[in-house]
Design a protein around this ligand. Structure first.
Ligand SMILES: Nc1ncnc2c1ncn2[C@@H]1O[C@H](COP(=O)(O)OP(=O)(O)OP(=O)(O)O)[C@@H](O)[C@H]1O
Ligand SMILES: O=C(O)C1=C[C@@H](O)[C@@H](O)[C@H](O)C1
Ligand SMILES: [Mg+2]
Length: 180
């Protein structure tokens, strides 16, 4: 039997490390809650016409962060959207402020080991193109986990869970929080 899409206004913002499932879960939530879906990484790529790895090569991480900040500020002005943010978006306090102010922030947490398994075959994450990607994920986790927690309204552990089981648990929580 088809499940009715839940119609609620307001934004959901997904934060978390590379491989946490922001894009995958975000897309599914947007369908379920009848909201438009955006992914800040994809929007930056669409605007510049090149892959994120190329922006890192030409402008360095600082150049990418500036483009990401502008994009997030713009996307936060929208209503009734699900936004998957880039894994490093929370580093800039201005992004954290925008996200906290304009929507419900969901932190998808997973262990660095789990994230390593999810991302190891994908070459499109410049920060993981290193001799020791697991070590890099562990360092990023230590640095960023407190920032994700700081900005989050909801923290969700995604380790050892399928995307489908995650959605089944997330939906009632989000429904409740959206009406709070
Ligand atoms: N809960 C999960 N269990 C198993 N695999 C998952 C889960 N969530 C996502 N994945 C898989 O992990 C990979 C990375 O997911 P996704 O691209 O959605 O992460 P992301 O948070 O958007 O990463 P990035 O910050 O790099 O954009 C995909 O192949 C996806 O299918
Ligand atoms: O964790 C990060 O710093 C990044 C994550 C990706 O989503 C991209 O935004 C980019 O590869 C940087
Ligand atoms: Mg993504």
């Amino acid at each position: 039997m088809p499940v009715m899409a839940l119609d609620m206004t307001g934004n959901f913002f997904l934060v978390g490390l590379m491989g946490a499932g922001k894009t995958t879960v975000g897309r599914a939530l947007s369908r379920r809650f009848n909201k438009a879906f955006f992914d800040s990484d994809h929007e930056v790529e669409a605007r510049t016409g090149v892959r994120i790895a190329t922006i890192f090569d030409i402008e360095g991480e600082a150049g990418f962060r500036e483009r990401e900040r502008e994009m997030i500020a713009e996307l936060c002005q929208r209503q009734n959207v699900v936004l998957a943010t880039g894994g490093g978006a929370v580093l800039d306090p201005r992004n954290r402020e925008q996200l906290a102010r304009h929507g419900l922030v969901i932190y998808l947490r997973a262990t660095p080991e789990e994230l390593y398994h999810r991302t190891k075959l994908d070459r499109n994450r410049p920060l993981l193109q290193t001799a020791d990607p697991l070590g890099r994920l562990q360092a990023l986790y230590t640095q960023r986990d407190p920032l994700y927690r700081e900005v989050a309204d909801v923290i969700f552990d995604t380790s050892r869970q399928t995307v489908q089981s995650l959605l089944t648990q997330l939906e009632p929580q989000l429904q409740k929080l959206s009406h709070a």
